[in-house]
Structure formats: structure tokens, C-alpha cells
Design a binder for this molecule. Structure first.
Ligand code: FE
Length: 199
């Protein structure tokens, strides 16, 4: 990953607010720091982008599932037993040679936790959040993704209500591969839309 920005969390008012809120909740006896750590760890390690990879691999191998997924992301994802906070309303957008989708939260850092886990630091960076809307091709090229001039770029702004998942293009070289093998190829960045899957 070559896309790095400088982070100054000590000056980030949201980071300070978050820390102050956690301290308040702990001080009031409403929650323990351990409980907060457990939640964060669960989304960092247990959930991770593996759930999203399962969804993508199934969509690649099962055309009927793919159709259901694009029609109603939330329900189709729930078919695999995946769902929960920060994923109550999921919309899945499909990459094709003609259309490339990329997700962002311009306001803060809304992200589909149940399928992708916690967002990477760059997703929360003000530079990514503003620039990917203004100059998506340039931002994507900084991630190492160069799009054909004829490919339309669609940027989806996540919100508290709607979270997006990108269904990446299946590499042509994977013809005949089974679902489990395919799932191992699917990366978090491809499901955000800042990378494609090479195999
Ligand atoms: Fe947000």
C-alpha cells in the first residue's frame, strides 16, 4: 500500500472527543475499557474483510445470488449469516469494465463493519474523503489503480443510514476456481474500490 497520509490524531478533534466520551462512559460505570477493547478487537480480527470476501466469492460463482445481492444487499448478505451494527442497510455496487465504483464517507468514517471490519486509517483521512470526490482518478492512481479513460467512475458517499460494498470484477484467470479459493483472492481495498483483484 503506497497511499499514506500524515496523521496527527493528537490534533484531531474527533479523536479527542472519542477519548473523552470513552473516559466519561468508563467513569460513570456505564461500560468498561475492557468491553470497548473487546468490541474493537472483534471487528479488527474476527470480522475483518473476510466476511466481505465470502460475499464476493459467492456472487462470482452463483449468478442468482449475485442478482439478489445487487437488488438487496442487506438481505443477500444476511443469507450468509452476516449483519449487525454499521451494516443495517447495505448497498452493493458492481464493478465492470464500463463502471468503476469506489466508496468513501465524506462526512466522517462510515464504513460497512459487518463485511469489512474496521476502516483503515487512510479511509478516515480528510484528504482521502475530500479528494476522492473531486479527483477520483488521481486518488485511485495513487493507490496504483489506473482506469481506462472510457471507464466511468462512481463515488458512493456512505452515511449513517447506508453503507456500500464494492463487488469487484472477477479476474478472468480464475475460471473454474471454487468459492473458497476465490474468497482468498478478494482484498479489503478491492471491496472499497481503490484496487482491483489481480490473479
Ligand atoms: Fe461517516
Amino acid at each position: 500500500m503506497t497511499h499514506e497520509h500524515e496523521h496527527e490524531h493528537e490534533h484531531d478533534p474527533r479523536a479527542i472527543r472519542t477519548e473523552a466520551l470513552e473516559r466519561l462512559l468508563v467513569d460513570q460505570g456505564l461500560i468498561t475499557s475492557a468491553a470497548i477493547d473487546t468490541i474493537i478487537e472483534r471487528y479488527e480480527t474476527d470480522v475483518g474483510p473476510l466476511n466481505g470476501a465470502r460475499v464476493v466469492a459467492k456472487a462470482w460463482t452463483d449468478p442468482e445470488y449475485r442478482a439478489r445481492l445487487l437488488a438487496d444487499g442487506t438481505t443477500a448478505i444476511a443469507e450468509l449469516g452476516i449483519g449487525g451494527p454499521q451494516g443495517e442497510k447495505m448497498v452493493v455496487v458492481e464493478n465492470t469494465p464500463a463502471v468503476h465504483n469506489v466508496i468513501v464517507c465524506t462526512l466522517c468514517s462510515c464504513y460497512p463493519w459487518p463485511v469489512l471490519g474496521l476502516p483503515p486509517a487512510w479511509y478516515k483521512d480528510p484528504a482521502y474523503r475530500s479528494r476522492v470526490v473531486r479527483e477520483p482518478r488521481k486518488v485511485l492512481s495513487e493507490f496504483g489503480l489506473t482506469l481506462d479513460d472510457n471507464t466511468e467512475v462512481r463515488v458512493w458517499d456512505s452515511s449513517a443510514e447506508i453503507r456500500y460494498l464494492v463487488l469487484p470484477e472477477r479476474p478472468a484467470s480464475t475460471t473454474g476456481a471454487d468459492e473458497r479459493t476465490l474468497a482468498e483472492l478478494v482484498t479489503r481495498d478491492a471491496m472499497i474500490g481503490v484496487a482491483r483483484i489481480d490473479a
